[in-house]
Design a protein around this ligand. Structure first.
Ligand code: FAD
Length: 284
């Protein structure tokens, strides 16, 4: 193998580049990322970045001898060729580390999400006493943003479709213990409430109620963007399907080795004997 291209310059992509060099790969390594930034950590975005303690979470990776191409998005994949918005790149080994993207809500209202450092800095900028912030989703990001915003004097309402926060992540029983976090932070938590759509004035809830908002943050989960891989011939199933060694499979075509890692990978767990896709920093 002479040239390994890594798509996605986040935690998993950056670590893959470092490991390739550490383990003695001497060919070209090209790390291609859609964002303008070199690999950075996302967990602090909803914590220390939002509270203003830090601005920069760049990961101190040794990327000597790695060609880092930022601001370049992969748009399609063929065996041996990666199409990007800056032209094609040839590869004879490929690492897919494209993470996941926030799930959108229907509607035409201006909404914010919190996935990138630019999202976090933009949100931090608008938090001010008296602002009416409505957060859709009482997951981890919803909880973290709600408590930080409330501490900054923002009037925060969190709307959650399930009957407890964090139900999907922790189950109803444990999730119920976090209701108190919202109460103590002075956040209005509305459980069992579904959102129909966003509008310029706020949220239209199921049943027709308009919940007014100056800012809306949508935090209802994330999923990998697989659209650009749809015609690639790689096997996909709510993630890039990989085996226990993170190797992907070409279907109907012969192609060079491809692995997927991090949030985008649906890997076979020998321990649980099923496919897992885990959106956690440790996993990436
Ligand atoms: C606000 C926030 C808080 C979090 N807090 C925690 C926490 O407390 N604990 C925890 O364990 N996890 C947390 N996570 C999850 C954790 O950050 C992710 O699991 C981790 O970042 C996944 O790393 P990754 O490299 O797979 O993907 P990402 O970090 O998402 O990186 C993927 C990169 O690929 C780029 N990309 C996507 N598509 C393309 C394309 N077609 N071409 C080129 N580049 C592309 C993206 O722009 C992105 O830069 C948090 C996530 C967020 C957003």
């Amino acid at each position: 193998m002479q040239r390994i291209v890594i798509v996605g310059a986040g935690m998993a992509g950056g670590r893959a580049a470092v490991e390739l060099r550490k383990r003695g790969f001497e060919g070209d390594v090209v790390l291609v990322g859609a964002e303008a930034h070199r690999p950075y950590d996302r967990p602090p975005l909803s914590k220390a970045v939002l509270t203003g303690r830090i601005d920069d979470t760049t990961i101190p990776l040794t990327l000597d001898g790695v060609e880092v191409v930022t601001g370049r998005r992969a748009t399609a994949l063929r065996p041996g060729t990666l199409e990007t918005d800056g032209g094609p790149l040839a590869y004879d080994g490929l690492v897919l580390a494209t993470g996941s993207d926030p799930i959108p809500l229907p509607g035409d209202g201006p909404v914010r999400v919190l996935r990138t450092v630019d999202d976090a800095l933009g949100l931090r900028e608008v938090l001010r006493p008296g602002l009416r912030l409505v957060i859709v989703g009482a997951g981890w990001i919803g909880a973290e943003v709600a408590t930080t915003a409330a501490a900054a004097g923002v009037e925060v309402t969190v709307v959650e479709a399930a009957d407890t926060p964090l139900r999907a992540a922790l189950g109803a029983e444990i999730g119920a213990h976090t209701i108190d976090w919202y109460t103590r932070a002075g956040v209005t938590l509305r459980l069992g409430v579904s959102v129909e759509r966003t509008t310029a004035d706020g949220l239209v809830l199921a049943g027709g109620e308009l919940l007014p908002a100056d800012e809306i943050l949508v935090g209802i989960g994330a999923r990998p963007d697989l659209g650009w891989l749809a015609d690639s011939g790689l096997v996909l199933d709510r993630g890039i399907v990989v085996d226990e060694y993170l190797a992907a499979t070409w279907s109907g075509v012969d192609g060079p080795p491809v692995v997927a890692v991090g949030d985008c990978a649906a890997w076979w767990s020998r321990r649980y004997e099923r496919r897992l896709r885990v959106e956690h920093w440790d996993c990436a």
